[in-house]
Ligand binder design. Structure first.
Ligand SMILES: NC(=O)c1ccc[n+]([C@@H]2O[C@H](COP(=O)([O-])OP(=O)(O)OC[C@H]3O[C@@H](n4cnc5c(N)ncnc54)[C@H](O)[C@@H]3O)[C@@H](O)[C@H]2O)c1
Length: 393
């Protein structure tokens, strides 16, 4: 027997158990739940949630799953949904309010933090009122409809000394944060090309798109944030081509398909290929290429251990995730966890005001390039370049 010589006579019970790899973030979390550390005990953060639509429902399920928060209020104008939400989640002790009644949230000293997942045009007012009432704020992207009002929101946050977290959820995706760490360790060397493919599924409703702020501010901001967060660098030139294939989107003056090229001062080139309507599922890919190698984060699949069935028709694979709620489930959970840590004073805010404003500036430049058909230069005064580009989450 050729392998007999490798036989180890000692029992595995007599050997130290191998530690779970840090990459198994779900098991690491399980270990925390399995043996909670007494010294880590903290009071529950009390929350109000504004908006229980597509994004708000994801946050609601994560709030309910977290032992570290307690939901006190839901503010949403769609009163016809209240009863079913209450019953589905057993929210008998949560108070439901319309936006007109929301001053009750601001007045309530028990509310520590507010999660904003209402339509984009409502963000600025809710963020400002929450901050002025001394609540920490977690806000869905974008923080406000334009750069000036985003600046105002961050100024308010600074004045009152409360965190304003812009929820760029892709940073908290375990695969993307691993790509960043590996790029920052120099595994591909100086990056020559960074590419994202971001194709939305399902096609967002037209009512949503009417008030979304357009594809650059609503959708592509995720890619601008992801790319600049990985590189720690900001583009000085952008050239964009955009088209609306869908008549209803064209009628809004918006686009459904965009390709953007970004030029970075160090010579790195960025490419973003984005669509509003993907028939193949939520197509999200990332690639970083340099002289030492290539790192990719490919599409994930719900049944990823069942990769292929071979038949006379050839090989088939399980489909990719259908939508953001499934593909980024872990990212949404982890961003809420990060925010809770910030509110508890255990972590520094990882998405800074400078970063959010820089992303907004890139979105404006790309929008201008799409409209004019020309390359647009972006000037970065020293105070607009985010400083903490070396920090990892
Ligand atoms: N990070 C992501 O992956 C992601 C995904 C989707 C949406 N978003 C963001 O989330 C926000 C909401 O988008 P959505 O797709 O969930 O929209 P949605 O239309 O599905 O839901 C919005 C909800 O807010 C409620 N609402 C309306 N006005 C309100 C107000 N003044 N106060 C409180 N609630 C109010 C509506 O009744 C609705 O239930 C947008 O800013 C969007 O950019 C982020």
């Amino acid at each position: 027997m050729a392998t007999l010589k490798f036989k180890d006579a000692s029992s595995p019970y007599k050997q130290p158990l191998p530690s779970p790899p840090p990459e198994d973030y779900i098991f690491q979390k399980y270990l925390e739940d399995l043996a909670p550390k007494k010294e880590l005990h903290h009071p529950k953060i009390k929350l109000a949630l504004f908006g229980v639509g597509r994004a708000g429902t994801i946050h609601l399920s994560n709030i309910i799953a977290s032992p570290r928060v307690k939901l006190l209020y839901i503010v949403d104008d769609l009163e016809s949904n209240w009863e079913s939400i209450k019953e589905h989640w057993h929210l008998e002790d949560v108070m439901f309010l319309t936006s007109e009644e929301s001053s009750r949230v601001y007045r309530d000293l028990n509310v520590d933090a507010v999660i904003v997942a209402s339509p984009t045009y409502t963000h600025e007012a809710i963020v400002t009122r929450s901050l002025e009432a001394k609540k920490a704020v977690f806000c869905e992207k974008p923080v406000a409809q334009d750069r000036l009002n985003t600046v105002r929101c961050y100024e308010t946050a600074r004045k009152v000394g409360k965190p304003l977290f812009c929820a760029f959820n892709r940073r908290f995706d375990p695969c993307y944060s691993t790509v960043r760490q590996r790029v920052r360790k120099g595994e591909v060397g100086h990056v020559h090309v960074i590419k994202t493919v971001a194709r939305d599924s399902p096609l967002p409703g037209i009512e949503y798109l009417k008030t979304s702020g357009g594809i650059f501010h609503d959708c592509m901001v995720h890619d601008f944030d992801l790319i600049t967060w990985i590189l720690g660098e900001y583009p000085n030139k952008v050239a964009v081509r955009a088209h609306a294939h869908i008549p209803e989107i064209k009628a809004l003056g918006d686009y459904d398909t965009v390709v953007a090229t970004l030029h970075f001062p160090s010579g790195t080139l960025g490419v973003i290929d984005i669509s509003r309507n993907s028939p193949v599922g939520y197509d999200q890919r990332l690639e970083v290429f340099g002289p030492k190698g290539l790192i990719t984060a490919d599409n994930e699949r719900p049944l990823h251990s069942v990769t292929m069935q071979r038949g006379l028709q050839g090989a088939t694979q399980a489909p990719i995730w259908y939508s953001f709620a499934s593909r980024f489930m872990n990212g949404y959970r982890r961003e809420l966890d990060h925010f809770i840590n910030v509110v508890l004073g255990k972590s520094e805010l990882s998405v800074t005001s400078e970063e959010t404003l820089a992303v907004c500036k890139i979105a404006c430049a790309c929008e201008e390039s799409a409209k004019t058909g020309k390359m647009v230069e972006i000037n970065w005064p020293a105070n607009e370049i985010p400083r903490n580009t070396e920090n990892l989450i």
